[in-house]
Design a protein around this ligand. Sequence first.
Ligand SMILES: Nc1nc2[nH]cnc2c(=O)[nH]1
Ligand SMILES: [Zn+2]
Length: 466
Amino acid sequence: MACGKTIYRGAFVHCASLNDLDICENGSIGVDESGKIAFILRDVGEGPQHLPDGGWEQAEVIRVKDEGFFFPGFIDTHIHASQYPNAGIFGKSTLLDWLHTYTFPLESSFSDLAVARRIYPRVVSRTLSHGTTTACYYATTHVPATNLLADICHARGQRAFIGRVCMDHPATTADYYRDPEDESTTLALSRACIAHIKSIDPSFSLLSPILTPRFAPSCSVESMRALAGLHREMNIPIQTHISENPAECALVKELYPDHTSYTHVYDAVGLLTNRTILAHAIYLDASERALIRDRGAKISHCPASNTALTSGTAKVRTLLDEGLTVGLGTDVSGGYTPSVLAEAREAIFVSRHVAMVEGEKAKLSVAEALYLATRGGAQVCGLENKIGGFEVGMDWDAQLVGLPRVPGEASIQDNDLDDAGLVDVFGNENWEDKIAKWLYTGDDRNTLAVWVRGRLVHSRRSFQHS
Ligand SMILES: Nc1nc2[nH]cnc2c(=O)[nH]1
Ligand SMILES: [Zn+2]
């Protein structure tokens, strides 16, 4: 869907490994008509470049302005699109009462397609504007509204996993909001969403369905087994919640007394696979972590939500040290923000709280948080060979970050502050400083343009007019 050949010129930054930010101050990245990175030239200088053969002389050139840089698009590995209107609304609730007070009433309103028509376009615009090029969405139980979310992502060009929420357990759902208590119906509804996504993206190249049993307490064993069967039949990924809150963990023990742990419940029904994304994962014991690693399942760390709902502090360093794969999830609206940049910041601060109890080693660095937001997320989605970094052969899923420089004394006027965002670059910062300033004080005003597979999917006025 990219227009033609494009060369992106200027600074680019991506994560080479968990601890290593690769910063190229003056490079050129060539992106071909299919939206793939065809070449990367480092340290090219300002003069004429020696471009590869193949018509690159005629390519459009897009240049970084000011102190900006290209950065891989963010990957939100866990977000409830349907809960977006409640972002910031959670009072002093904790998970189980939050679900009944705030969440189920809102999600059930998506039985009216007009509600979905108002909310879903806004969610996709908002996440794109914050640089999210890939999102793992939970929708609701409703097929038409879930299909609409898929249509919107497809039209706007956002890479997305679209999940119809499955929840049929009468003990832990609401009378007014649950699937029929018959797993064949649950399965038929999920198949209808899969068929719809296949009809608009037959090879699942941009959109993929994702099987979405809400969490063990809200699903019958029969429906979880049926979804696991569908996973085996069609190799469709799975997303769910795990071990987020003490009361939830106690409930799982009560509902599944014969299982040794929460993780073993998912394993026993066949939902713990190398295509499974588990959100939260706060209270896992060592045997559960080992089982998740052995099965190749992945973790979505959701620090903003875990703090807002006072769920707990996930021990990300332990997860990483033990070889688990971790990405970031905004978990809107347990989380208050659709911004993965803000989530990376929250991940760092939560890691500081863990460090105050468990020692310095728990602290995440800026580089590590950005790794989780990009490469880690790509691994969680099984897309590590396609997105998350800048490598030849990968898709151009990227954002242009602008960091405006504070003007000289004579030209400072208050209206410079209007649209500039909070990042003030004074010129004495090195690259690590600038990236840290972006992470801690940046927001969508610094996200000047966003591309998915080479297609421009969002831009601010300042980009269009440059
Ligand atoms: N954070 C969060 N946890 C859940 N567990 C089950 N459903 C949900 C949900 O919607 N959000
Ligand atoms: Zn969630």
